[in-house]
Design a protein around this ligand. Structure first.
Ligand SMILES: N[C@@H](CCC[C@H](N)C(=O)O)C(=O)O
Length: 274
C-alpha cells in the first residue's frame, strides 16, 4: 500500500488514497503505524475516499494516533487538499470535502498556503458535547480541587480553551489530560492553552484528544479565536502562534464560518505491507 507523509506546522499525517487502493485499517493497526519508533509515526491518519454527497469532490476520514475515528482536523484538511492535487486526483484549486460532521471547503494559493472554511462553530453545550445545562461564556471545571475556567465550542470536534499568562509555563502535560478526560466532556475534549498577546495575536498550545500535545492544531486555533472573540478579547483577524508555526484565522462572528490559512507540506512517500 502506498502512502504519503505530510505535515502542517509539524502536526503530521499519514495520508492514504483509498480511491485507487481500497484498504481498511483497524484500531490496533493504526496505533502501531502511528508509533514513532515501531511504525511510520504520525498524529493522525487521513483517508481520501470517493465523494459521498452531491457537490463534493472527496470524502475525508480522520483517525487519531490512538486509532479512534474523529470528526474534524484543520491541519489535516490543508494537507489533504495538497495531497489530492500533488497526486493528480484533481485539477481543481477549490475543493469541497465531506467529513463525519459536515462539508468543509479548501482553496489552494500559489504560495503553497491553503485556506480552509472550517464551518460555523457551535457553542451549545449538548452539541460540544459538554454536561452543562445552559450555554455560558466560561464553564468551571474542577481538577483535583482546583477550578479551571474554560470556554468551550464544537468545531465539528470538541474543544475547550483556558487562558494562561505565560504560554511557556502552561501546565499542558498535567492539566491537559485531566480536563481532556473530564466527566463533563462525555466524548473527551481537545484542550487549548491560550495566551492573548493583543486583540490580533495569540500563542496557543493544544493537548489533543487521542494524541497528546501536538506541534499545532488547526481546529484548536479556530476554537481559541472563536472563544476569545466572543469574550470580546480578540478582533476578526488573528495570528495564532503555535509551537510548529503560525496560522491566520478570520472570523466575522457568531453564525459565520471560520477561515483558517496556513501551510501544508509533502514530506515523503512510501510503501508498506499491511
Ligand atoms: N490536529 C487536528 C485535530 C485532530 C483531531 C483531534 N485530536 C480530535 O480528537 O478531535 C487539527 O489540526 O484540527
Amino acid at each position: 500500500m502506498s502512502f504519503a507523509k505530510m505535515q502542517g506546522l509539524g502536526n503530521d499525517f499519514m495520508v492514504v488514497d483509498t480511491i485507487s487502493q481500497p484498504v481498511f485499517f483497524n484500531e490496533s493497526q493504526i496505533k502501531k503505524l502511528s508509533d514513532r519508533h515501531f511504525g511510520i509515526g504520525f498524529d493522525q491518519l487521513l483517508l481520501v475516499e470517493p465523494p459521498q454527497q452531491p457537490n463534493t469532490d472527496f470524502h475525508y476520514r480522520i483517525f487519531n494516533a490512538d486509532g479512534k475515528e474523529v470528526e474534524q482536523c484543520g491541519n489535516g484538511a490543508r494537507c489533504l487538499a495538497r495531497f489530492v492535487k500533488i497526486m493528480g486526483l484533481t485539477w481543481k484549486y477549490k475543493l469541497r470535502i465531506s467529513t463525519l460532521k459536515g462539508v468543509i471547503s479548501a482553496r489552494m494559493h500559489k504560495d503553497g498556503n491553503v485556506t480552509v472554511d472550517m464551518g460555523v462553530p457551535n457553542f451549545e453545550p449538548d452539541r460540544i458535547p459538554l454536561r452543562y445545562a445552559n450555554r455560558e461564556l466560561n464553564y468551571a471545571v474542577d481538577v483535583d480541587g482546583i477550578k479551571y475556567s474554560v470556554g468551550a465550542v464544537s468545531m465539528g470536534n470538541p474543544h475547550c480553551v483556558l487562558e494562561v499568562d505565560d504560554i511557556e509555563q502552561a501546565p499542558v502535560e498535567r492539566v491537559g489530560p485531566a480536563i481532556g478526560q473530564h466527566h463533563l466532556f462525555p466524548q473527551q475534549v481537545n484542550v487549548g492553552f491560550m495566551q492573548i498577546l493583543s486583540d490580533r495575536e495569540i500563542s496557543l498550545r493544544v493537548f489533543e484528544r487521542g494524541v497528546g500535545e501536538t506541534m499545532a492544531c488547526g481546529s484548536g486555533a479556530c476554537a481559541a479565536v472563536a472563544i476569545g472573540q466572543l469574550q470580546q478579547r480578540l478582533g476578526s483577524k488573528v495570528k495564532v502562534h503555535l509551537p510548529g508555526g503560525d496560522l491566520t484565522i478570520d472570523w466575522d462572528g457568531e453564525g459565520q464560518p471560520l477561515l483558517m490559512t496556513g501551510p501544508a507540506e509533502f514530506v515523503f512517500e512510501g510503501q508498506i505491507e499491511i
